[in-house]
Design a protein around this ligand. Structure first.
Ligand SMILES: [Zn+2]
Length: 173
């Protein structure tokens, strides 16, 4: 049975007792992420991020936090500027307060505690910020007809080029 989610965790204590937690975070609590999202604040308040995670240690005794999160974000499609729903499901596995040396010899990243405490909302927000594509677009490339028309035109010009070259060869002949 996992304990109910709260905001802040004392790392040493939770690692020792192998604390397991699950719960939901409202998207409205993720301020930095919120700025990148479409939709009203009311919409963001209604949206949840489902989170479950546990504390443990790796084979070198470094504290770790391992978990997964699931949510759906509303972004802006950069092709048609309309809303784009992005469902996200991701796993995270992070060391806590590992030294630079350990991090460079490991395939795992580290987070840093704040005086021995870890804030789960900050962690989740960071993971989501990393997961959001820099340029989000709908899968359907026809979501903006104007954009497509522009592309078709440039492709047509590109196709004309070989003929232009042939034409030049003919005239120099
Ligand atoms: Zn679009």
């Amino acid at each position: 049975m996992r304990d109910k989610l709260r905001k802040s965790y004392q790392v040493q204590k939770e690692v020792t007792r192998n604390g397991c937690f699950e719960g939901e975070i409202s998207l409205a609590e993720t301020k930095r992420l919120g700025e990148l999202l479409q939709g009203s604040e009311a919409d963001r308040k209604g949206r949840k991020i489902a989170v479950s995670f546990e504390f443990s240690r790796n084979e070198c005794g470094i504290p770790m936090i391992i978990g997964r999160l699931e949510t759906s974000l509303e972004l802006e499609c950069q092709r048609c500027l309309k809303a784009l729903e992005l469902p996200l499901k991701l796993d995270f596995k992070l060391m806590i307060d590992a030294s630079d040396e350990i991090v460079s010899n490991s395939d795992m990243d580290t987070i840093y505690s704040n005086d021995g405490y870890v804030d789960i909302i900050e962690l989740v927000e960071e993971e989501l910020l990393l997961a959001i594509p820099l340029v989000a677009t709908h899968d359907d490339t026809a979501c903006n007809e104007d954009w497509n028309a522009g592309h078709a035109e440039s492709e047509a010009t590109a196709r004309e080029n070989p003929f232009a070259v042939l034409q030049q060869l003919k005239t120099t002949d």
